[in-house]
Design a protein around this ligand. Structure first.
Ligand SMILES: [Zn+2]
Length: 395
């Protein structure tokens, strides 16, 4: 179907080109009509013989580049890129840029399309050079060029450059009352810088970048999570807790990511009572299955399996959940025997299977699902759109 469409468009383009060529006799050289008609018919014959490569060469050779035909060239180039025929798209857009007859806006339009071809072809250095030039020239394609540059720097893990481009984009977008989400994106870039710092064991630099992330976006739960883990790893438990305590107001759904750090920090400070109080507060305000299981585990160790099982059974009445049901079965298993034990084991096997098949995280923009938390969605490349799944099979 796509092939038929492309051939249809090519045919149309050639027909338009032929007509335009006839309407612009001033462009003709002494040999123009002959060459032109020859290329045109060649193009048609290639199409009918299903040789699109040759048809494109004939197209480039036959359709003069001018203000009237530019859109046809661009449309064909863009369609080829969308179809994944990047080499051909590059050929068409390079051909446009090489022509002296275009005005500045048309040159810039051809330039951004060529940069898009290069991105698709993975030739990021070439795309970067074209886009930086468009930004510098402050052309009407500056916003789009900045967006593409951010994509490139993201892919290359060049976070300093990504932040610089996002800042420019933010300034420009604010003039047009746009730019929502840019602060959040910059916060993620700063978090990525912090991760690079941590990998290189530059703790102080990592702290600076995390503070920067919180300045970009004070509700960045990711920055608080990273900060808490960093301080915990340095034995600064009070500091770790300070960052965790900020998360409920930032984005409570991500609390489950730091429950272990939270519990361990309180424990190491010898503040079990304060921990239990805080867990109960969270249970009331931001209940989740992971939290219920953590509280049940604490009840198990401080009291016994039965108290933990009763707690889970109560919670199951409020929020039916496969994961907490599984923990309830686990708690009953050691205390059962004979047929009851056999049935419980069978039940556990089934529940384990259901849990294994269910993803834990889902992107609220594209529906990508997985079992680990990605801050940049691999499906749609959105920042912070992947969240823990809630409901019977999730949190
Ligand atoms: Zn997504």
């Amino acid at each position: 179907m796509a092939d038929i469409l492309m051939y249809g468009l090519l045919l149309l383009a050639l027909a338009i080109g032929f007509a335009l060529g006839r309407w612009h006799p001033r462009r003709k050289s002494a040999h123009y009509p002959k060459d032109y008609a020859l290329n045109y018919y060649k193009g048609l014959s290639y199409l009918f013989n299903e040789q699109p490569d040759s048809a494109i060469d004939a197209f480039i050779g036959s359709l003069a580049v001018n203000s009237d035909t530019l859109e046809t060239h661009l449309a064909l180039g863009n369609m080829l890129r969308r179809r994944g025929e990047v080499t051909k798209a590059i050929k068409i857009h390079q051909n446009l840029l090489a022509r002296p007859g275009l005005n500045v806006r048309q040159q810039h339009e051809s330039q951004i399309e060529l940069a898009r071809d290069y991105i698709k072809a993975g030739l990021l250095d070439r795309a970067e050079a074209l886009l930086l030039e468009l930004v510098k020239l402050s052309s009407m394609y500056k916003l789009q060029a900045l967006e593409h540059l951010i994509e490139i720097y993201q892919d290359e893990n060049e976070w300093d450059d990504a932040i610089a481009m996002a800042s420019q984009l933010e300034r420009r977008a604010k003039q047009h009352d746009q730019g929502q989400g840019l602060e959040q994106m910059q916060a993620h870039f700063a978090c990525e810088q912090a991760l690079q710092d941590l990998e290189a064991r530059h703790i102080t630099k990592a702290r600076v970048h995390l503070q920067e992330a919180l300045r970009f976006d004070p509700s960045s739960a990711r920055a608080s999570i990273l900060f808490a883990r960093l301080e915990f790893s340095q034995g600064r438990y009070r500091e770790a807790l300070k960052h965790i305590h900020r998360i409920p107001a930032q984005d409570p759904e991500y609390l489950i990511e730091v429950l272990d750090t939270l519990i361990e920090s309180y424990e190491r400070l010898g503040e079990s009572r304060a921990l239990d109080d805080y867990l109960q507060k969270l249970l009331k305000e931001h209940p989740s299955n992971t939290l219920i299981i953590k509280i049940a585990d604490r009840l198990r160790w401080s009291q016994d399996d039965y108290v933990a099982a009763d707690f889970i059974a109560e919670q199951l009445k409020l929020n039916p959940s496969i994961r907490t049901l599984n923990r309830l079965v686990e708690l009953h298993l050691p205390h059962s025997e004979g047929k009851a034990k056999e049935n419980l084991e069978l039940l556990k096997q089934l529940v384990d299977q259901v849990i294994a098949e269910k993803p834990s995280y889902c992107c609220n923009k594209c529906g990508f699902t997985g079992n680990s938390l990605h801050w940049l969605c691999p499906g749609c490349k959105s920042w912070g759109s992947i969240r823990p799944i809630r409901g019977v099979a999730g949190e």
